[in-house]
Ligand binder design. Structure first.
Ligand code: NAP
Ligand code: MG
Length: 403
């Protein structure tokens, strides 16, 4: 068989622990036999980040700006225990945080839906993708405890010294206050990323805030989305047959629970934090969640939503068998390959990405799965496979799909 050719390399960001083991197996069994795989490789494993003083993370983000599409393995975010485990020079920052800051992107998280792993919400038939705004609000708030009676105000001092004041409250007793902020630039980037991704995936976009109560703060979010939509995306949405839908956050929550799914739900920072955990657990498994960082400049970085699966890695190191689910990591690769194929006009690469995803789904639907899924599936008597055999079972399916 002739291997599929690639025009532009993918930026490959390797990672840590069990997902690093899966990463190599995926390349060896599911990619290299079928594709003339072109990647620019960056090792974001913790040892290499430590050796390079985290320069490798910065380099990988710059490469993503150069080439446009990256695929990332899960990586350790160091804490005190990792400092000793890896003998680190410094408690390096989360690579995802560094990359996100450099690409100025929004993270979209979507569940992989298969028959046999049923969502807890009966009406959900299609995935619901959460887009979380990743800047500001309560995550960058300043807070104060008010000890007793007194006046609290918001004060803005312009560069020329002019002050604008708003009364927060005339306290007669003890209480608390909080100052939140956001930036129009950041909200605009968020809006562009959401509209672009909706067009890319041909899904409706929902957005919700509490603008009836927060007439300046939340209303600004609503207005910015509306202006950008009118100006830059309305026609393209019409052509694509998709809609932009704005509503109040409580109405959105009620509608989500009664919907079929199949749309992108853009959330303010806090709403996204809370709702993404609700969506992912209600869809069944963290091991079946994909994640893609989309920058307003059109850069994409694909990964699994889960971490490095440390507990399984320690078993693996002891020589014990593991049954770690590789589906989200495989979908990171298929997502990146599909996007690369679309940008380069290589249909074979797009078709391969589709076939790879179908192979994962049909493997599970045929009853072959890893332990995490076997515990929650409605399929009777599933076959539980170890990490490697599951990937080999997918390969068998893949060969059927591409023949
Ligand atoms: P985790 O790796 O997501 O795993 C938590 C638990 O979820 C696992 O112990 C396992 O449960 C289950 N699980 C997750 N993914 C699975 C898979 N693919 N197959 C089967 N089971 C899976 O989270 P963590 O253990 O809290 O974090 C480990 C490391 O990952 C940390 O150092 C953290 O910094 C890092 N992390 C990285 C990213 C990222 O790079 N995007 C994201 C999150 C965390 P059982 O043990 O019950 O089988
Ligand atoms: Mg959270």
């Amino acid at each position: 068989m002739n291997k599929i050719k690639m025009v532009t390399p993918l930026v490959e960001m390797d990672g840590d622990e069990m997902t690093r083991i899966l990463w190599q197996m995926i390349k060896d069994e599911l990619l290299i036999p079928f594709i003339d795989l072109k990647t620019e490789y960056y090792d974001l494993g913790l040892e290499e980040r430590n050796r390079t003083n985290d320069q490798v993370t910065v380099d990988s983000a710059n490469a993503t700006k150069k080439y446009g599409v990256a695929v990332k393995c899960a990586t350790i975010t160091p804490n005190a225990a990792r400092m000793t485990e890896y003998n680190l020079k410094e408690m390096w920052k989360s690579p995802n945080g560094t990359i996100r800051a450099m690409l100025d992107g929004t993270v979209f998280r979507a569940p992989i839906v298969v028959k046999g792993i049923e969502p807890n919400v009966k009406t959900w038939k299609k995935p619901i993708t959460i887009a979380r705004h990743a800047y500001g609000d309560v995550y960058k708030a300043t807070e104060m405890k008010i000890p007793g009676a007194g006046k609290a105000e918001l004060v803005y001092t312009a560069e020329d010294g002019t002050e604008t004041r708003e009364l927060i409250h005339n306290f007669t007793g003890a209480g608390v206050i909080q100052g939140q902020h956001n930036l129009c630039d950041s909200i605009e980037s968020f809006a562009h990323s959401c509209f672009k991704y909706a067009l890319d995936t041909k899904q409706d976009l929902w957005f919700a805030t509490k603008d009836t109560i927060s007439k300046k703060y939340d209303h600004t979010f609503k207005d910015i989305f509306a202006e950008i939509f009118e100006k830059d995306y309305k026609d393209a949405f019409e052509k694509a047959g998709i809609t932009y839908f704005y509503t109040l956050i409580d109405d959105a929550v009620a509608r989500v629970m009664k919907s079929e799914g199949g749309y992108i739900w853009a959330c303010k920072n806090y709403d996204g934090d809370v709702m993404s955990d609700m969506i992912s657990s209600a869809f069944g498994s963290l091991a079946m969640m994909t994640s893609v960082l989309v920058s307003p400049n059109g850069y994409y970085e694909y990964e699994a939503a889960h971490g490095t699966v440390q507990r399984h890695y320690y078993k693996h190191l002891k020589g014990e068998e593991t049954s770690t689910n590789s589906v989200a990591t495989i979908f990171a690769w298929s997502g990146a390959l599909r996007k690369r194929g679309e940008l380069d006009n290589t249909k074979e690469l797009v078709d391969f990405a589709d076939a790879l995803e179908k192979a994962c789904i049909s493997t599970i639907e045929s009853g072959k799965m890893t332990k995490d899924l076997a515990l929650i599936t409605t399929i009777e008597n599933p076959t539980v496979l170890n990490s490697k055999d599951f990937i080999l079972a997918i390969r068998e399916e893949l060969e059927k799909h591409i023949r």
